[in-house]
Design a binder for this molecule. Sequence first.
Ligand SMILES: [Zn+2]
Ligand SMILES: [Zn+2]
Length: 151
Amino acid sequence: MTSLEALLADLRRRDPHVRITAQRRLVLEALLAEASGHHTCEDVARAVAVRGIVLDQSTVYRILQWLKDIGIVAQTDLGTGSDVYSLVLGRPHHHLVCLECGAITDIDDSLFDTVREKLKRVHSFHPRIEHSAIYGTCGACWSRKHSGQSE
Ligand SMILES: [Zn+2]
Ligand SMILES: [Zn+2]
């Protein structure tokens, strides 16, 4: 359970000169309301509007991009039409996205341990694998396609 105070402390640790404007605070609060969730830019603007404050989507977008740059938020394309933003808290989670039926399955972060390690060792590259989507075909769609029966 992360509080706004903990997030703000995290931001200040990453950037001692960070300015927490009222707008930035509102976006953080909207993300925290459902901390494990996927938020589109529209979702965040709507959550802020519920509180009677209008932030246009370009402002929300700019704040989300800033949070992404600073490493607090991950931006992911889950194949749903708009990118989703989620807070990067503790151990990340990732998804398998079926290109046939659109099913989204959660996968464990430990799967990427070897990838991270190899990228560092072989390429001296430090990846940010925070909330990834891997596209493919789910088991059900795969068997439907390969069962030999044509529709
Ligand atoms: Zn997710
Ligand atoms: Zn599928």
